[in-house]
Design a protein around this ligand. Structure first.
Ligand code: CP
Ligand code: NVA
Length: 307
């Protein structure tokens, strides 16, 4: 069963094949209206459940549109409105959904929920974000980097800010696809040491740096994300902002890496983790990145379904 649960749980050759297929599929439909079908309909007769236990704009719309372009159908479900949110077990939900749909994408809180769903589903399960990782996002980010700058292998990515779920998937990708990752942020918000060790064991150079300007110098890509994620308690907001303020990606910081691209998974909190000048500046590719969620996930769906 080809579940897409995390980048470190997916073999590098498959990740490479998905990125290449995403680029080819994107090129093949250049200039077409968004709702026009692709030349082939690999998802003809397939239906995919998109389950959300947290809010979403990009994940929800890009999966739905991508499935339609490939000739499939989708069902967008809110976890709170399912029996899942009212006491039915994850295992039973997996067994039931498997009788109706051909694949399940889920955005949830605990990683354990995702893994339990995959264990009990008879159809592929895709991770649409958990508290711990966001692999679909990083597939889009890699596709975007390679479109602008060529192969990611051997490049240096700098993550500035909170060592969160999106940062974790960057670490997974660094190990799998052979690029270096520097994390710059406060010690309290360092990425999970297990993921740092995993990337290092696969040959990636992972550096932890406290001085953001020194960290960013010479970077090929600078990335940040919100200072307070959906799973973080609002009571920690003030402390997080205070700790993370020195790691704001602004024009002065980006000046240390004039050749770097800037990415943010979005939604951005302009004036907090990133300024308008950077978001709207010449180094920013954030909207290409958002578009590429669509193309990357179409390739992920094809890989999961073997079509
Ligand atoms: N980047 C991302 O996953 O966005 P959404 O929360 O809007 O899906
Ligand atoms: N780190 C953010 C990413 C949102 C797409 C969160 O989990 O809320």
């Amino acid at each position: 069963m080809n579940h897409f649960l995390d980048l470190h749980r997916t073999d590098p050759a498959s990740l490479r094949a998905m990125l290449d297929q995403a680029a080819a599929m994107k090129a093949a439909r250049a200039g077409r209206p968004r709702g026009a079908p692709d030349d082939t309909a690999p998802l003809d007769g397939r239906i995919v459940a998109l389950v959300f236990e947290k809010p979403s704009t990009r994940t929800r719309v890009s999966f739905d549109v991508g499935i339609r372009q490939m000739g499939g159908q989708s069902l967008v479900l809110s976890g709170a409105e399912m029996q899942l949110g009212h006491g039915e077990t994850i295992a039973d939900t997996a067994r039931v959904l498997s009788r109706y749909v051909d694949a399940i994408m889920i955005r949830t809180f605990e990683e354990a929920t995702l893994l339990e769903l995959a264990e009990h589903a008879d159809v592929p399960v895709i991770n649409g974000l958990t508290n711990r990782s966001h692999p679909c996002q990083i597939m889009a980010d890699l596709l975007t980097f390679e479109e602008h700058r060529g192969p990611i292998a051997g490049r240096r990515v700098v993550w500035s800010g909170d060592g969160n779920n999106v940062c974790a998937s960057f670490l997974h990708a660094a190990g799998r696809l052979g690029f270096d990752l520097t994390f710059t942020g406060p010690e309290e918000l360092d990425p999970d040491p297990e993921f740092i060790e995993m990337a290092r064991a696969e040959g990636a150079t992972v550096t932890i740096a406290r001085d953001p300007a020194a960290a960013i110098a010479g970077a090929d890509l600078v990335v940040t994300d919100t200072w307070v994620s959906m799973h973080d308690s609002q009571t920690t907001k003030e402390r997080r902002h205070r700790l993370l303020r020195p790691y704001q990606v602004n024009a002065a910081l980006m000046a240390a890496a004039p050749e770097a691209l800037f990415m943010h998974c979005l939604p951005a909190h302009r004036g907090e983790e990133v300024t308008d000048a950077v978001m709207d500046g010449r180094q920013s590719v954030v909207f290409d990145e958002a578009e590429n969620r669509l193309h990357a996930q179409k390739a992920i769906l094809r890989w999961c379904l073997g079509v």
